[in-house]
Design a protein around this ligand. Structure first.
Ligand code: NZQ
Ligand code: ZN
Length: 410
């Protein structure tokens, strides 16, 4: 078991029964509430009215900002932050998916610092790491996907540079989040599937590169994977089933709330590095969809280069009851079975199927390694790996002829 440090200050309120507690908590923080939403789905579905009416009973003053786009842009965030500053917001309240929650965190940071542009603060930017604080944030997730309602991260896009890059500070974790599965009952099948893919990716990223040091984290992760693998087809068949939606929403939170990596080696989040680069170049691609597209190539690449086969085999045994005596065979069988699952859930496609042109592959890969890697490769091996120095290490063979993940089979 490796050392770890976890400090999650977000109060998590789950279920409709906690509605009043949520409003009371927000009001106890401040009454000038800047509410941020996306393209209007939460308005259309009545969620926004329900929440603003609830807050107004406690004399809250509310200013609404509408129009955060999926894969939120720095331009829209900057505009919203100006309005929130002029309003002298005490609290930024996000009602929406990961895009709205991420935008709200960035807005909260800009309001606190008095700055007018978020882009220099992202990973790779000139002011990276220099943000000093954020106005308190509250969140109501309406997708089961990112766990942004509890994470310290926000992922920002800048279409002018084809960039998509994160910002992360402990003070960007929301102070309170209300996870109400009712708000996910109307999610369309595609968004539901994209979200499930994102949840799984958060578990895989930690699991595959995290090593064997934390058996309890393994069981915890496998529980999330199994829940999502079993629940997604049921939800698609019965979209307005509260209990099923609740399972996915809670799974999404558990997958990235910080507990999963406890006792493990840190992970380079390779699939996320690549996916963020993809949707930076193609903002119409949903994050979870991009990830689903990467899984098969990444898993097979790992297998081919003899990385983490033991971890893939263990997943095979525990998710699909595959006998793992022969690790090489069992790990490959896990990949195949998982691909079949993707297929049966309409999540199996190539990059070109989802609109990525082959001529942009190199630019995407370069962006990924420049911003998320060391300029040459991503960290697709356990962090405390010998980096190729130990005889027989798969990485030493790898180093001789490739740039890691940038090679052509990506
Ligand atoms: O814009 P609106 O009208 O709200 O419509 C949205 C959007 O079109 C719609 N939607 C949301 N809730 C709905 C709904 N439609 C019907 N019923 C509802 N209840 O769904 C569409 C997608 O929304 P979006 O917020 O973009 O999706 P998601 O929650 O998957 O968030 C994706 C963003 O989060 C980032 C991703 O990179 C991407 O930018 N991530 C954030 C993370 C974090 N903060 O920790 C971690 C993740 O790995 C991820 O990178
Ligand atoms: Zn993700």
């Amino acid at each position: 078991m490796k050392d770890f440090d976890i400090h999650i200050q977000t109060r998590l309120l789950f279920g409709p029964g906690n509605e009043k507690k949520f409003y009371d908590h927000i009001i106890s923080v401040g009454k000038r509430i800047f509410v941020v939403i996306g393209g209007g789905s939460v308005k259309r579905l009545g969620y926004l009215d329900r929440i603003t009416q609830g807050l107004k009973k406690s004399d809250a003053q509310i200013l609404l900002f509408e129009g955060i786009e999926p894969n939120p842009t720095s331009k829209t965030i900057n505009k919203a932050a100006k309005e929130a500053s002029e309003f002298k917001a005490d609290v930024i309240l996000a009602v929406g998916g990961g895009s709205v929650m991420d935008a709200s965190k960035a807005i909260a940071g800009l309001v606190y610092t008095g700055e007018d542009d978020i882009w220099p603060y992202v990973l790779g930017g000139k002011k990276m790491g220099r943000m000093k604080g954020a106005v308190p944030i509250a969140a109501v997730p309406t997708t089961a996907a990112t766990a942004s309602e509890v994470t310290p991260y926000a992922v920002i896009s800048n279409p002018e540079t084809n960039g998509k890059s994160p910002i992360g500070y402990p003070f960007m974790r929301p102070t309170v989040s209300w996870l109400n599965p009712e708000f996910t009952l109307e999610l369309p099948p595609t968004t539901t599937r994209d979200g499930a893919s994102d949840i799984l990716s958060h578990v895989f990223e930690n699991y595959l590169l995290g090593g064997n040091a934390s058996p309890l984290s393994d069981r915890y992760s496998e529980g999330i994977i199994k829940t999502v693998v079993e629940t997604l087809p049921l939800v698609i068949a019965e979209p307005d089933n509260y209990e099923l939606r609740a399972r996915l929403l809670w799974a999404s939170n558990l997958a990235l709330n910080g507990y999963q990596h406890a006792g493990r080696e840190p992970s380079g989040f390779v699939m996320h590095s690549i996916e963020h680069a993809i949707s930076g170049f193609y903002p119409n691609i949903a994050h979870g969809r991009g990830l689903a597209t990467i899984y098969p190539a990444y898993f097979r690449w790992m297998w081919k280069h003899d990385r983490c086969r033991d971890r893939l085999a263990q997943l095979g045994e525990r998710i699909f009851d595959i006998d793992k005596d022969d690790v090489s065979y069992a790990s490959l069988l896990f990949i195949t079975r998982f691909e079949e699952w993707l297929q049966s859930n309409e999540l199996y496609q190539s990059l070109t199927d989802i609109g990525v042109k082959e001529e942009s592959f190199d630019d995407i890969a370069q962006y990924a390694v420049d911003v998320y890697g060391n300029g040459k490769e991503l960290q697709a091996y356990p962090q405390r790996c010998c980096a190729g120095r130990r005889p027989g290490c798969p990485r030493s063979r790898q180093r001789q002829k490739t740039n890691g993940i940038r090679q052509k089979d990506f």
